[in-house]
Design a protein around this ligand. Structure first.
Ligand code: B12
Ligand code: SF4
Length: 557
């Protein structure tokens, strides 16, 4: 079936042998929740094919670990045992592109099995992907993957299936995308905790669905429902670039179908305490009556709290009150910048700061936990714009979770095009492809890097981070803000405070010595040599830190 080339990359040359059904092994990378792969697995099984799900590594905040050689070996051995006819790799982001290429090449070289890549990245960069695999699925795969399997099972080359690009005899067959499936209710539910799930982590293989250990059940109400067009968002290209002119992209599942999905999954998920909806923006412009029906039936038929993503421009007091009654517990929203000009001119976001604060206050009044995402290092941002972000974060009612991100230039976005045109980035910097994998993720979920943007940004980033913590008095932050002309010259102490605050947020204890070593790297080796001294100094530092804060509060009061 395959003809290995001297490069070690195989190419499809002759049609597959006729089979009544195919066995597909679908692999996810650093995302075992993956709705896409779970959805495809159920659909393939429903269409009579066999499907195994292999979850490769979990995503851990602030502790990113690369795939080890042993884990690669475990994957290859597992596939050798499973003997799939086709291996699919699901890429939720371009960050994992080169890892998927390496795995794909290994599978083709060592096992002689064709590989298909699908998800956001292959949809945006199919040609690049086809240098490392046999097929690419562009856009939704719910009908495309089973159709490809049917074609291969019937002995065809699978090179004329809509949405699928195939490499045949060195040439690429580019098939158009089919119109989007308009009735999401007809799709099988995403697979959850059924036989045929494998998890590779910490150099071990387990036959288990790792999502069973979560306290969440992940699902979705709609697809591509977001009406906005932020310049940095890869979803916009999917909606407008790939599917432009192919009919309405915003589609909702019926309330009944969503509730059935959740109820069925909960029977197999004893640990679930909450439901998470992964819609880009939840309940935005839903079909008539959908929201009322959801709010009435969800508490009765599911009765668990739920979390959503939303957008400041759609949050209203009425909607918050209604969703709260239905069980809404958590909302995460992107504001991205506190500067209205940056939002308007660079990010194409039209909301005003007052709108953001009004929405935050409404959520706070109803006791809903909030998360606010900001991007810190937008290259077109000035120092004045950083001030805007600090001032806006200070106005958000505490407590909240502040998500600080570094801007990722994703393929096919308007902002990436602009940055390339203006020479702000080079092509190899798109999706941070020039950085090692751990750094791509750590920067995305902002990790303090003093060297990254110079003193001024170190000062502002640290101050903005501190503004998002509930335990640093606001008065103290305003004092620092007023003294910015001086403190900006020597931002390291503030950076240490931000690092210590972060360790307190994440672990419940401010690790001052570790914070020092993050900002002054020389300290790290000293710490490693004298762990007892470090622990004692940490205790003392915490004691004096608490004392200083208490004295400040008393003085300020
Ligand atoms: C929800 C979501 C998440 C959730 C995922 C939750 C979950 N349980 O799956 C979380 C928060 C964890 C997440 C994380 C990240 N995400 Co995200 N995410 C999304 C979002 C909004 C929806 C994805 C989704 O679930 N859709 C519903 C499911 C059913 O569809 P699907 O996953 O797209 O899968 C379909 C097709 O892609 C295809 N398919 C998928 N895999 C495969 C495999 C094969 C073999 C085949 C044939 C087909 C196929 O068929 C599937 C069914 O139709 C999209 C935006 C969008 N509109 O797509 C961004 C999006 C995919 N994410 C993006 C990014 C960048 C990330 C992160 C890097 C960071 C972040 N934004 O927080 C991480 C990366 C994680 C990783 N390991 O790679 C970008 C990707 C752009 C790019 N080119 O890189 C998008 C487009 C949004 C954006 N900001 O631009 N994400
Ligand atoms: S609101 Fe979110 S999903 Fe919608 S375009 Fe902007 S970043 Fe993308």
């Amino acid at each position: 079936m395959f003809n290995p080339e001297p490069t070690g990359i195989c190419e499809l040359t002759t049609p597959a042998a006729r089979k009544s059904k195919l066995h597909v092994a679908l692999i996810t990378l650093y995302l075992y929740e993956s709705l896409g792969a779970r959805q495809l697995c159920s659909i393939l099984r429903e269409r009579g094919h066999e499907c195994s799900l292999v979850f490769m590594k979990e995503f851990r905040w602030g502790e990113f670990r690369e795939v080890t050689e042993r884990e690669e070996r475990i994957l290859v051995d597992l596939l050798r045992d499973l003997k799939p006819d086709l291996v699919g790799i699901s890429l939720t982001s371009s960050f994992v592109a080169d890892l998927s290429y390496a795995l794909s090449e290994k599978v083709r070289r060592e096992l002689d099995i064709p590989v298909i890549l699908g998800g956001a990245h292959p949809s945006a960069c199919p040609e690049e992907c086809l240098e490392h695999c046999d097929f690419v699925c562009r856009g939704e795969g719910d009908e495309a993957l089973p159709d490809l399997c049917d074609a291969l099972a019937a002995g065809g080359a699978g090179d004329d299936v809509p949405n699928i690009w195939a490499k045949v005899g060195g040439e690429i067959r580019r098939n158009d995308v089919r119109p989007l499936a308009d009735n999401l209710d007809e799709l099988a539910f995403p697979l959850f905790n059924e036989p045929g799930c494998y998890f590779i982590e910490e150099d071990h293989l387990q036959e288990v669905d790792p999502a069973i250990h979560l306290h969440l059940y992940h699902t979705y109400a709609s697809r591509m429902a977001c009406p906005f067009a932020c310049t940095f968002c890869g979803g916009v290209w999917l909606r407008r670039g790939l599917y432009g002119g192919k009919g309405p992209v915003r589609r909702y599942r019926s309330v009944g179908r969503i509730l059935e999905d959740i109820s069925q999954a909960l029977r197999r998920h004893p640990n679930a305490r909450m439901v998470q909806f992964w819609d880009e923006v939840f309940a935005v412009r839903p079909p008539k009556g959908w929201l009322d029906e959801f709010c009435e039936r969800f508490p009765k038929e599911v009765g668990l709290p739920f979390g959503i993503w939303s957008h400041p421009a759609v949050i209203t007091e009425k909607m918050v009150a209604q969703l709260k009654e239905a069980g809404l517990k958590q909302v995460v929203m992107g504001v991205e910048s506190g500067s209205p000009e940056v939002r308007r001119e660079v990010l194409n976001r039209r909301e005003r700061n007052e709108m953001v604060v009004r929405g935050a206050e409404a959520l706070h009044r109803h006791g809903i936990e909030t998360g606010w995402d900001f991007i810190l290092d937008i290259p077109w941002m000035t120092e004045e714009n950083c001030r805007g972000t600090f001032e806006l974060v200070m106005q958000l009612p505490q407590p909240f979770h502040l998500g600080l991100h570094s801007l990722s230039f994703l393929p096919q976005t308007e902002l990436t095009r602009r940055a390339l045109e203006e020479g702000i980035i080079r092509p190899e910097q798109v999706s941070r492809a020039d950085r090692p994998l751990p750094e791509r993720f750590e920067l995305h979920y902002w990790k303090y890097h003093l060297e990254a943007g110079g003193r001024s940004s170190a000062f502002w980033h640290s101050l903005i981070y501190l503004a998002g913590t509930p335990f640093v008095p606001k008065r103290l932050l305003w004092m620092i803000y007023r003294m910015r002309w001086l403190l900006r010259l020597w931002p390291r102490p503030l950076a240490v405070a931000a690092e210590a605050a972060r360790s307190k947020q994440e672990t419940g204890r401010a690790e001052l010595f570790q914070a020092l070593s993050a900002v002054y790297p020389g300290m790290a080796s000293f710490l490693a040599r004298h762990p007892r001294l470090a622990a004692a100094a940490n205790r003392m530092a915490r004691f004096f830190g608490r004392l200083a804060l208490r004295m400040f509060r008393r003085g300020a009061g």
